[in-house]
Design a protein around this ligand. Structure first.
Ligand SMILES: NC(=O)c1ccc[n+]([C@@H]2O[C@H](COP(=O)([O-])OP(=O)(O)OC[C@H]3O[C@@H](n4cnc5c(N)ncnc54)[C@H](OP(=O)(O)O)[C@@H]3O)[C@@H](O)[C@H]2O)c1
Length: 240
């Protein structure tokens, strides 16, 4: 699918991988509507010519408010990119259950609620796409982040099933599985990180080339390890 002239709703487009995707899609001639929570970041994106909508996606009312702000705008592409990393580690004390609930909503429930609301208008287009950004940790989990990994594995399975449901429609259903990327999410993470721009480029290439999945960087090696032995893949990621 060509991105030129397409209208895209991109959640979490005010920072990190989302911001890099927004800029690259705009350069390709797409109309990009981004969302985020931080007002200053949203203003900065407006100054770059984006439509930027404030929306807290960690609860149902925030998603509904976003859908209301969209009005009856036509959409060609929905990219569910907003996500929250949350540590949940009993080795360091009792984890924050509310933080876990928020992350579950933002990472899993909000994409499902947005898809549910927006599939009818995507169906009205001659070509459309839904892109769900999961993670290499949807393949095998990290010990520190069981909640985050559960949300990403949940979104991965939702995506696989949705693709089957929509296979005879004009809506392409794509999963993007980033590796460790150099964004605020990884502040203080000593691991080698991929630049956000390169990760964004590979996600957009999957859309343009009509691929079902973007297995990016180290995720590709993890997929191979998992296909040989899931226990081997887990041995790699549980230490993260
Ligand atoms: N970075 C990595 O290594 C990595 C690896 C694998 C997968 N991913 C996935 O890639 C996606 C983008 O990650 P990133 O590293 O670019 O993250 P990031 O730099 O932290 O940016 C996250 C974006 O999502 C928005 N956001 C976060 N929580 C939100 C919420 N509850 N409601 C509304 N907006 C929210 C943020 O907006 P505000 O700041 O305004 O709230 C921001 O625009 C996420 O789904 C993440 O799980 C990242």
């Amino acid at each position: 699918m060509q991105l030129a002239e397409k209208t895209v709703l991109l959640t979490g487009g005010s920072a990190g991988i989302g911001r890099a995707m927004a800029r690259q899609m705009q350069a390709k001639g797409a109309r990009v509507i981004i969302t985020g929570r931080n007002p200053e970041r949203l203003d900065a994106m407006r100054a770059e010519g984006f439509t930027a909508l404030e929306a807290d996606l960690s609860h149902p009312a925030g998603v509904d408010a976003l859908i209301a702000q969209l009005g009856d705008a036509e959409l060609d592409i929905l990219i569910n990119n907003a996500g929250q990393l949350v540590d949940h580690d009993f080795r360091k004390g009792t984890p924050d259950a509310d933080a876990a609930d928020e992350a579950i909503y933002a990472n899993l429930s909000a994409p499902i609620r947005l898809i549910t609301a927006l599939v009818p208008r995507l169906r009205a287009r001659s070509q459309a796409a839904i892109v769900n950004v999961t993670s290499g940790l949807a393949i095998a989990p990290a010990a520190r982040q069981p909640v985050y990994c559960a949300t990403k594995a949940g979104l991965r399975f939702y995506t696989l099933a949705l693709r089957e449901q929509l296979k005879d429609s004009a809506i392409q259903v794509i999963e993007a599985l980033p590796p460790v990327v150099d964004t605020q999410m990884n502040d203080g993470n000593p691991m080698k990180k991929m630049p956000a721009e390169e990760c964004a480029r590979q996600i957009l290439a999957a859309i343009e080339q009509g691929r079902d999945e973007a297995n990016i960087g180290m995720t590709r090696a993890l997929r191979i390890a998992d296909s040989i032995s899931p226990a081997l893949a887990r041995q790699i990621t549980l230490r993260f």
